[in-house]
Write a protein that binds this ligand. Sequence first.
Ligand SMILES: [Fe+2]
Length: 233
Amino acid sequence: MSSDKEMLFKDFIEATEKGPTDLRLFLFDIFDPAPELKDDFKFPTVMRGFIKRFPFMFFGGEGSEVTMHYDIDCANVFLTQFVGSKHVILFPPEESDKIYHHPFTVKSLITPESPDYEKFPALRNVKGYETILKHGETLFMPTRYWHYMHYLDFSFGLALRSQSNMNTRARGVFNIAAHYLVDKVGNILLPNRWHEWKEARAYQNAKPYEKTIDDRLETIDKKKLSDISSDLR
Ligand SMILES: [Fe+2]
């Protein structure tokens, strides 16, 4: 994964502490330069399969955002907030079609804090979870859960990841292979066509969920009316 920008960690912290910024540092292995920090926490015992080599930290300034995605390795994640707070929106994997998941990626192009129902009508029927994650709290995100985060102020947290069983591990390996092989090759060979195809598939998959409850009631009413009239004949 490549960086958009390079700077000293000290400068990054100073810049993000100052106020609104889109600076964000994710999947940061702070334990490589400072291994003694590993003595400051314990892995939870509520789940097996923690990937102990990779406890990652996430830093962000006020206003920075993590766009809607799910984690490619399909790990279960325990995200503990140390400083500041984040607005978090989650959707279970079963809701992927309703949030216009682009196939062969872990992306959705929706903006959940200001949903565009004209562009993404199936969003009217999606069900998810929302919270403000604060200092001292831990959020559990099960495997393949979609997540969006908005840093409400300068904040940082620690993510501990677990691949608790063979299924999760196998799915993670498959996902990584599918993304790196299929998506990367598609992007290189046919960048525009490949993007259009993924977008078209996302809309096609969301189509069955675009109806509102009113639309559905209307369909049921019409069906009932036609049943009644055929009974009367
Ligand atoms: Fe993530």
